[in-house]
Design a protein around this ligand. Structure first.
Ligand code: ATP
Ligand code: MN
Length: 476
């Protein structure tokens, strides 16, 4: 008999019908009640066996983590907690899980421990929920852009340019590291390398997305990006996924509108379509918060998500933010690790979080940053000091989006490239878009895992991607 998924059975149960369920045993109580999960939903189905009719040796094999196929009748549940259950007629153990060795027992495991067994943590409620929400967010992002008439573009993962300067890069090479070819001057001869030049893993698909936007109008990328971030934080991965829309004829205001609309769409999508998983994650967060002092507790997850959907983001300039920060209490009494003294200072995550969590209590979009602390391609303002940049700051996270209106004027772009010490010949192809039919355009990058942190209420970025890549960690 063909198996029915638990999600479908719960959605439309026919009392009295016979079904086959396949999944993994979560718990087995009183030699009678098997809780089975098949991953289709956070909900288990309870299968009830008549232990008097079953051999002891077979009963013993129903253990947490084992896989099982059960055949039986759908009946109304006698117990609390579920509306239906299965009266088992026959069952088969598909795969044993020795309880002496299976590391996931029906008790609370720490997130740190679960990271060490990332190959099995999908089988927990928490990671099942996160994985399903992650899928839904990927789907929502594609739907959002598709519905708006954007085209998805695959930008290269191996890149020959380091122009973005977004972070330290990972080298890609096939050279024999024990016998590196050298040039006459003693440097490594990359002409001998696979591509005949130095190549790295991409830190961003933006520059290539711009090329596409200047022909297709509205495009977006959704791909892996790599940064050899040597900082070990709860918000940085060495390999993460980024969404980068790029739109011809958009200015910074259009860009902010698009980003705000997109973030709200995704959060609302999660509330509307991942209700059970979000409810579970909300309860998990509430439980975790109980052990924290009151002032460190976060808003209940669902309240936090609704708040973002229902409220306009605050928009202000970097210069206004610096004034607020300078006057702020933590800046005056030395509570910030990095004191804000002068205009021009780069904002640290402590400052970003102060603005969002204490000052405005809302998501904040900061614009018009000093040109020195932003990338070369951002459009110069008339003050010659600032650029049309925007960062979106979220509660509990800090920066979730970074974007800008791009410099479309060739002469100014060339000056900037010189100022940033980027060899012009390395970005000749980028410059040609300004030479031939240049137009104002704008775009941004959204870190997918930062969005996932927000939506799931998790606090460590290692817990919202299946197999995190961080310094000294590339297991699995
Ligand atoms: P941060 O200051 O937090 O390091 P950034 O300024 O380096 O961020 P951008 O280069 O603007 O970030 O990248 C765009 C987006 O990608 C960021 O807004 C963030 O959401 C995400 N992001 C950046 N670096 C990482 C990382 N190491 N791991 C996960 N997401 C990241
Ligand atoms: Mn960074």
């Amino acid at each position: 008999m063909k198996r029915i998924k638990i999600i479908d059975l719960i959605a439309k149960p026919t009392i009295g019908s016979e079904v086959t369920i396949k999944g993994w045993v979560r718990t087995f109580r009183s030699n009678r009640f098997i809780a089975i999960n098949d991953g289709s939903t956070i909900n288990n189905i309870q299968a009830v066996v008549d232990y008097e009719k079953i051999e002891e040796s077979l009963l013993k094999r129903i253990t947490t983590g084992s896989s099982i196929s059960v055949f039986g009748k759908v009946i109304e549940s006698q117990g609390k907690g579920q509306s239906i259950e299965i009266e088992v007629k026959s069952f088969e153990i598909l795969g044993d899980a020795n309880p002496e060795e299976f590391p996931l027992q029906p008790k609370k495991h720490s997130l740190e421990f679960l990271r060490e067994i990332a190959h099995l943590r999908f089988r927990t409620n928490t990671f099942g929920a996160i994985s399903r929400v992650r899928h839904s967010m990927i789907f929502a992002i594609h739907k959002f852009f598709n519905d708006k008439g954007f085209f998805n573009i695959h930008t290269p993962i191996i890149t020959g340019s380091d122009a973005e300067g977004a972070g330290e890069m990972f080298r890609v090479t096939t050279l024999n590291l024990n016998k590196l070819p050298k040039t006459d001057t003693g440097n490594i001869d990359f002409k001998e390398d696979f591509f005949g030049k130095e190549t790295n893993l991409t830190v961003s698909g933006q520059l290539e997305a711009e090329l596409a936007a200047l022909a297709l109008g509205q495009v977006y990328t959704f791909g892996p990006t790599f940064r050899a971030e040597n900082s070990n934080t709860t918000r940085h991965l060495a390999e993460f996924w980024m969404i980068e829309p790029e739109v011809a004829f958009n200015d910074l205001n259009d860009n902010m509108d698009l980003a705000e609309e997109m973030l709200k769409y995704c959060v609302k999508y999660a509330l509307d379509n991942c209700t059970e998983d979000i409810n579970f994650l909300a309860a998990r967060l509430e439980d975790e918060d109980k052990s924290k002092p009151k002032e460190q507790r976060s808003l209940p997850l669902i309240e936090k998500l609704r708040f973002v959907v229902e409220n306009d983001f605050v928009r202000l300039t970097y210069t206004e933010a610096i004034e607020i920060l300078k006057r702020s209490k933590p800046n005056q009494n030395g509570q910030f690790k990095y004191q804000i003294k002068d205009w021009g200072a780069d904002l640290q995550s402590e400052h970003e979080r102060f603005l969002v969590e204490k000052e405005f209590k809302k998501p904040v979009i900061l614009t018009d940053y000093p040109s020195e602390i932003k990338a070369f391609y951002m459009r110069q303002n008339d003050d010659n000091k600032t650029v049309r940049a925007m960062d979106i700051l979220f509660p509990g996270i800090g920066e979730i989006v970074g974007g800008s209106q791009r410099e479309e004027r060739m002469e100014i772009l060339k000056q900037k490239i010189k100022k940033f010490n980027i060899p012009e010949e390395s970005v000749w192809w980028y410059l040609e878009t300004r030479k031939f039919g240049t137009v104002p355009h704008a775009g941004f990058g959204l870190g997918f895992e930062r969005l996932m942190l927000f939506v799931t209420g998790m606090t460590n970025i290692r817990d919202v991607i299946p197999f995190p890549r961080t310094p000294k960690n590339a297991e699995f």
